[in-house]
Ligand binder design. Structure first.
Ligand SMILES: NC(=O)c1ccc[n+]([C@@H]2O[C@H](COP(=O)([O-])OP(=O)(O)OC[C@H]3O[C@@H](n4cnc5c(N)ncnc54)[C@H](O)[C@@H]3O)[C@@H](O)[C@H]2O)c1
Length: 244
């Protein structure tokens, strides 16, 4: 797999899965726009990429702020001429009680609407260029239910629907749109979710918690031309959790 000459943008890339994706794409030769809610937050990812000889720039890009997204897209395309790869990784997770109506909007705004808006803005340029790879990070929460997470599960299920729809719409423009559905991956979000890691490890066929690099490897494959005939798919990277 080789991404030399390609330009990638990764959302929510200051830590966790997004950071691993940015590092992996840069390792394969892509120039990477590392974006998150704060530019300073992205500097750790940038220095990890540069330590490996890669090329990257940090940007504040809040996926709920349309003007901010357009501004970053304009700066990146001015600097690097195009965007070939978009990894929609930014996300938030929260539990909610049944009677709690206060979290629905925020979770849907970031995890679903934000991803849709970023995709639409970047895809317009990809259409002009006749080339693009969009990889959306959904979740196995879109495939299975879990208690007290209705908004998160709904948002992630929406991402899989959006992925398929956009893949149909953009297929003839040389654009692939796929999704990766992580299982339990060791990141700050997993710590926040507070799952019982011992119990999960015992249950999952691969007998370990996933690492951000497990997701980054799948994202890299779906960002490369080796996966050119794959579009509209949701790839579960979950150690076999959803096949049980
Ligand atoms: N860790 C897991 O077990 C797991 C499982 C399934 C799916 N996921 C998904 O993977 C993605 C990455 O999760 P993670 O585990 O690395 O979580 P994380 O909390 O470590 O990272 C999420 C990143 O998104 C950023 N972010 C939040 N709101 C944003 C906004 N409005 N604009 C831009 N960036 C924003 C955060 O600042 C953070 O850097 C998320 O979409 C998450 O839902 C994670």
């Amino acid at each position: 797999m080789d991404l030399t000459g390609k330009v990638a943008i990764v959302t929510g890339a200051q830590r966790g899965i997004g950071q691993a994706c940015a590092i992996k794409l840069a390792q394969l030769g892509a120039k990477v726009a590392v974006t998150d809610i704060s530019e300073e937050g992205c500097l750790e990812t940038i220095s990890k990429i540069k330590d490996n000889g890669g090329e990257a720039k940090a940007f504040k890009m809040d996926v709920t702020d349309i003007d901010n997204i357009k501004e970053v897209k304009n700066v990146v395309t001015k600097e690097w001429k195009k965007i070939d790869i978009l990894v929609n990784n930014a996300g938030i997770f929260d539990y909610e009680e049944l009677e709690d109506m206060t979290k629905i909007d925020k979770i849907l705004e970031v995890d679903l609407k934000g991803l849709m808006v970023v995709s639409k803005i970047i895809a317009l340029d990809m259409v002009k260029n006749g080339y693009g790879k969009i990889v959306n990070i959904t979740s196995i929460a879109a495939l299975i239910g879990s208690p007290k997470t209705a908004s998160y599960c709904t948002a992630k299920a929406g991402v899989t629907g959006f992925t398929r729809s956009l893949a149909v719409e953009l297929g003839s423009n040389g654009i692939n749109v796929n999704a990766v559905a992580p299982g339990a991956i060791e990141t700050p979000m997993l710590a926040q979710a507070g799952i019982d890691e011992k119990a999960f490890t015992a249950m999952v066929p691969k007998k370990r918690i996933g690492q951000p690099e497990d997701i980054a490897n799948a994202v890299a494959f779906l960002s490369c031309d080796e996966s050119d005939y794959i579009t509209g798919q949701v790839l579960a990277v979950d150690g076999g959790y959803t096949i049980m």
